[in-house]
Design a protein around this ligand. Structure first.
Ligand SMILES: [Zn+2]
Ligand SMILES: [Zn+2]
Length: 251
């Protein structure tokens, strides 16, 4: 299966990266709806889409307002937005407040619990999604998505650390997409903002024995790849790479 990186930064876009959004075209599943969601239409391969929100900070939801262009306002049977009840309420009340966005789109909003069934893939297998809580200002949720022979975990926004209690939830996945807003060694800033440093994310990937690690939600102020030194991660977990917008990741 494939994951298309529609947006790989956080906070605000820069010249190379849009904010958090990922698409599994084969099943019409979207993870987060940041500004990268404007790219959805050209990669979409299904009639219906299911959007799963990690939380409701603007860099993860602002793209929900772009869908009107793709699906129109009456999209009840095409677009379902999943998230915890409090975050969906915040989106409906604030993002779609008439003074903020002039039309109320007719999407379904579906409160998300610990598990959720996912659409069948091209092999005809149904998938499952499992959520787990993450420590972040206002709260966030991590997700593990699984189809027979294919597994993926998406962990953003949170502060990674050795011994993090979500490690068991992501154990053994083929692909771990984990935020690393900061390079190695910026632990104070990471703790203050509720984000992660690269060295700690690599420790989590190693402890969880994942197949490979792709870091995302890269600080938008780092506009050159060489600013983000992966050697700190490679010492701990060799199969680490940085996501770039429009990368297609197999899992
Ligand atoms: Zn974020
Ligand atoms: Zn956040």
């Amino acid at each position: 299966m494939q994951l298309v990186c529609l947006g790989t930064t956080g906070f605000h876009p820069n010249a190379r990266r849009h904010t958090a959004s990922f698409l599994l075209p084969e099943v019409g599943v979207v993870l987060d709806a940041g500004t990268g969601l404007f790219r959805l239409a050209e990669h979409l391969a299904t009639q219906q889409i299911h959007i799963f929100l990690s939380h409701a900070h603007l860099d993860h939801v602002s793209g929900l307002t772009y869908l009107v262009e793709t699906f129109g306002v009456d999209a009840y049977d095409q677009v379902t937005v999943h998230g915890t009840a409090d975050k969906l309420e915040a989106v409906k009340r604030h993002l779609y407040a008439p003074h903020i966005f002039p039309v109320a789109p007719g999407y379904q909003f579906c409160p998300l619990g610990e598990t959720c069934e996912l659409p069948k893939n091209s092999a005809g297998d149904a998938g499952t999604l499992r959520t787990f809580p993450l420590k972040h200002p206002g709260g966030s949720i991590g997700m593990r998505l699984q189809w027979p022979g294919h597994s993926l975990a998406y962990v953003t926004d949170t502060t990674a650390m050795a011994g993090a209690d979500y490690i068991e939830q992501i154990r053994g996945v083929d692909l771990l997409v984990h935020e690393s807003n900061f390079p190695a060694g910026q632990d104070e800033l990471a703790e203050l903002t509720g984000h992660s440093c690269l060295d700690k994310v690599a420790q989590v990937a190693a402890a969880a024995e994942v197949g490979r690690l792709v870091v995302t939600h890269v600080d938008p102020l780092l506009t050159k790849d060489e600013d983000f030194d992966l050697s700190d991660a490679h010492e701990v977990f060799a199969k680490t790479q940085i996501a770039q917008d429009l990368d297609v990741l197999d899992f």
